[in-house]
Ligand binder design. Sequence first.
Ligand code: 13P
Ligand code: ZN
Length: 271
Amino acid sequence: MSETNSFLKEIIKTSNDIWTKGWAERNAGNISVRLDTEELHCNFNNKSPWQKLSRQLPGIGGDYFLVSGTGKYIRNIPVDPEASLGIIEVDKSGENYRTVWGYKDGGRPTSELAAHLQAHSVRKNMTNGRDRALIHTHPANLIALTYALELDTCSLTRLLWEMHAECIVVFPEGVEFLPWMMAGSDQIADATAEAFRKRNMVVWQYHGIFATGDDLDTAFGLIDTVEKAAEIHIKVMSLGGCKQKPSIDTLRAIAANFGKVPAPDIIDRLV
Ligand code: 13P
Ligand code: ZN
């Protein structure tokens, strides 16, 4: 596997960006990309034994994924991609997976593999195969909001839409808020995948965010926008709070101006 390979180039750039942003302390965060099999020109001759997935995922049967390794540091992906990353193959039935490349020092996929693969299965289906990328990170301002405020999907989305006039254009689908659940559990994987039926971002209380898109740049851009809005909120509060903000009608008008339709299950509940 050569680093000139387009998907390795893309994940190396995104890893650098995530580290530079400060969203991935230590081994925080994980990344996965559903690969275009046409791009996989290599012979994989070091395959691991098959391992059972916690849920059967026939929708991604036969697919290959580039997945960051558990315990690996995102900032080290550019330094040593073959140790920090792996490529896994899901069998045709969607019941098992095996590693076909990477994790060279005996590593294995992220502890959030269930959330990634279940979310990929949902997004592949919902977007007719368009969405291929998923990023999970720990951005500080957004996490801080989940401590300081009592949030649900509506109130969090509203706050973020209000805190920068472009937000409703970038994520009209809103952001799903999930109350704390154990990281790496099937419970959080199931809830995250379910949330991706409606949204392309899911916030985990006290923990971080998951975002999806057609490529890593798109998923990165969504998190960047949410984190900027969270940062503006904190700055506004430190300046004494909001003296004014866009009304719900103004938010609707901005979305309409850019041909976007805000999630009805959120905007219709805001007054
Ligand atoms: P991994 O090192 O297993 O990818 O876990 C990092 C993380 O952020 C868990 O939520
Ligand atoms: Zn995490």
